[in-house]
Design a protein around this ligand. Sequence first.
Ligand code: NI
Length: 440
Amino acid sequence: MRSLALLSALACLVPATAKGQAPPDRLARMVDEGAARLLPKIVAWRRDIHEHPELSNREVRTGRLVAEHLTRLGLEVRSGVAKTGVVGVLRGGKPGPVVALRADMDALPVTELVDLPFKSVVKTEYNGQQVGVMHACGHDNHVAILMGVAELLAGMKADIPGTVKFIFQPAEEGAPQGEEGGAGVMIREGALENPAPGAIFGLHVWPDPVGTVTYRSGPFMAASDWLYVTVRGKQTHGAQPWGGVDPIVVASQIVLGLQTIASRQVKVTQVPAIITVGMIQGGNRGNIIPDSVIMQGTVRTFDETMRTDIKERIRRTAESIAASAGATATVSFGSGANPVTYNDPALTEKMLPTLRRVLGDANVRSGELSTPAEDFALYQQKVPGLFFFLGVVPKDRDPKTAPPNHSPYFFADEAALPSGVRVMANLALDWLQAGARAPR
Ligand code: NI
């Protein structure tokens, strides 16, 4: 199993230059050679991290592994950023601009059900419950890929025209209750300063065919907002509803009313929007109308103006429906929101030839809007950025039926690792080379 996986991973290293495209330059050839040489180490890191997953803001072991690695490579290293984050700076031997590469490090409270020799059996406490911990979103791959890119580029340091900044970030999945974390805190604690990058790249493993990259210019992944609604009525006997105000009926009307925002009130031909109420709690007995009902949900949008507008409509709809029944509704959106993951169109266009050269035209696809959210979006609000998916579904499996991210069966084929390393290293080098050539 181990040697087979490695063999199929090595098969991906066959130069993928498509017909009619310029051959890779000297640096790109060095990347290909380096990725092949480092692959056994990258696979070993990935398996080690997979076997030792850590929840958001608890990536102590992972952060230490990264910091020790970057220090050994001779990078300038800052650890403990946003709790467990690590920022490494590699200054190339030639003058040029600064580029940033980002990997997220956290795992999820999911019990792994994939049968692997390095399967996670880690358990911990989360929100007062005993839970399994698993890299069910594949961030173990992101960390191993970026550690590999760091070693690869450190070995080519003299040839690099500019500076590469490596950002290893905790808590992409959201900090535990009562804590802050993730990209926002990394930025606040200076991850994008000294030196400030002119572009940032990031990837996410995804249930697409192995070795493919899916990107989208402009909006790519959704903005996400947590929705909290409290409906207050007046408690009474279930047989005498006229004696009180029924918050359960009001809450039900609000759930349905909210659905008309996305379907009736916003321009559906522009970009889609999703309003989901995922939790309703109220009452404790069938013949008592309770005093209040609480609801939680999520709102997904792809345009910041529409996002603001929809939040206002949610507030108005909930408050007005409640008022019509003599109840009140209090709406809030809470912390932990993410903006739209917006791929800078000029940067995307500029880097597309790199993606195509590295993986071959057939393996680079423009994708659909994706409704999950990603806190990489916060870096993109400060620096032009490009975020894309790296396919990890094995060749003999159908991506349509492959377990999605966050599933206890989520499986990432290691054959994608060399593609990830080559893509990230080439994006950084090509962007730096173009910047170093540009008149200043
Ligand atoms: Ni993720």
